[in-house]
Design a protein around this ligand. Structure first.
Ligand code: V47
Length: 362
């Protein structure tokens, strides 16, 4: 393996782009630490010792969803026990509470609701804007945007323009899952295709909005599927430059319809993070989402090419419904401690990665 690894490592160190086949060869490498060191070096070239975090709050406006994805433990049918749908005013109140606690961003997502009209989503954004005028509204995955386009019969551009006028600032990266159609067919047959997810993001970026991108991994997909997912994101990023961070999400299996899969182990998670850093040479940030990674592995991930720990989060429901063992929230002190104890420099950022405050080593 060393024979194969060295020329690919040299290529990366020389600033050259690697191919899908080369990425697959890296995936076959069982020297985890060599991969991690390489990814960490690439990250250091971009971000130095700086590790970003933000003060944010997740708000799930509803778990009622017309799609029934096999991996999702969060969704409910409208009449099922535990189903909920917040009013725009309730979402606004949560945003006001978040702002009062110092949050700069709300991350607002929900299921594909069968009954709410487009005005519900506009009112939700307006209610947040009224209740917390300064807060950055990162809301609605590409899957929700597609739903709203079908609901209204409007083009993606018109839907995005209306949402933007009501207060939308950027989009999260959820709903990408894994683009490979054969796996998607088993995992989430009712969901939009991988190509449609990419088309929505093309419109999002074309409208001047920034977004993130995710990949759900460690379920039915192969390494080839993962690399294919990364290459499609890299290709779109070449065209639009609109992605800020890439966020690999390890599968959490509890209460899903695929519980026997267990999800990836720590070695596989670190390897996937490192390879993401190495393939996505046009992404500035690889986010280690501590909710899904677990807090301690997220800290270790800072030595494997990760340069962002997301944020305080406050109330996470999607990962925890599926058994994520992490806490509901981290304080700023927790995040500072984790980053410093990894030998890095914490930087509080805003939602578009402008620096809010640089913290020293201790
Ligand atoms: O879209 C659902 C995934 C996503 C499970 O953009 C699961 O800044 C693991 O997208 N196991 C929601 N993952 C989370 C998300 C996100 C999180 C943090 C930051 C950002 C950002 C985006 O979680 C869903 C889906 O892909 N998911 N169920 C599960 N059982």
């Amino acid at each position: 393996m060393k024979k194969l690894f060295a020329p690919i490592a040299a290529k990366i160190e020389g600033g050259k782009r690697i191919s899908g086949d080369e990425a697959l060869q890296l995936a076959a490498c069982d020297d985890l630490l060599a991969l991690g060191t390489l990814a960490a070096r690439v990250n250091k070239g971009r971000n130095g010792a700086r590790v970003f975090f933000n003060r944010n709050r997740h708000i799930n406006y509803s778990n009622i969803c017309i799609s029934s994805c096999a991996f999702c433990a969060f969704r409910r049918d409208a009449r099922q026990q535990g189903a909920f749908c917040l009013s725009p005013q309730e979402v606004g109140e949560r945003a006001a509470g978040a702002a009062a606690d110092g949050a700069r961003e709300v991350h607002v997502v929900g299921g594909l609701h069968p009954g709410q009209p487009f005005s519900y989503y506009l009112q939700m954004l307006q209610a947040i804007r009224r209740a917390a005028p300064e807060i950055h509204i990162k809301a609605f995955t590409a899957v929700e945007i597609d739903h709203l386009s079908r609901l209204t019969g409007w083009s993606l551009d018109k839907v995005l323009a209306e949402l933007r006028a009501a207060g939308l600032d950027s989009l999260p990266g959820g709903g990408a899952e894994i683009f490979a159609s054969a796996v998607r067919e088993q995992l989430c047959p009712e969901k939009i295709s991988g190509q449609r997810w990419l088309d929505v993001m093309t419109s999002v970026h074309g409208a001047g909005l920034r977004s993130n991108a995710t990949m759900l991994f460690g379920h039915l997909e192969s390494w080839r599927d993962r690399i294919d997912h990364l290459l499609q994101l890299r290709e779109l990023q070449d065209r639009t430059g609109g992605f800020m961070a890439f966020i690999p999400l390890p599968y959490q299996a509890d209460n899903t319809r695929l519980p026997e899969l267990r999800g990836p182990g720590g070695v596989e998670i670190l390897k996937t993070l490192a390879i993401s850093r190495l393939v996505l040479d046009n992404f500035d940030h690889i986010k280690g989402y501590w909710v899904m990674l677990g807090v301690k592995l997220a800290q270790v991930a800072l030595a494997f090419g990760v340069n962002d720990l997301d944020g305080t989060v406050i109330e996470e429901r999607i990962g925890h419904a599926a058994g994520a063992a992490s806490p509901q929230a981290l304080s700023c002190d927790d995040l500072l401690w984790l980053i410093r104890r990894a030998g890095k420099l914490p930087v509080e950022r805003d939602s578009l990665y402008s620096t809010v405050r640089e913290y020293g080593p201790c």
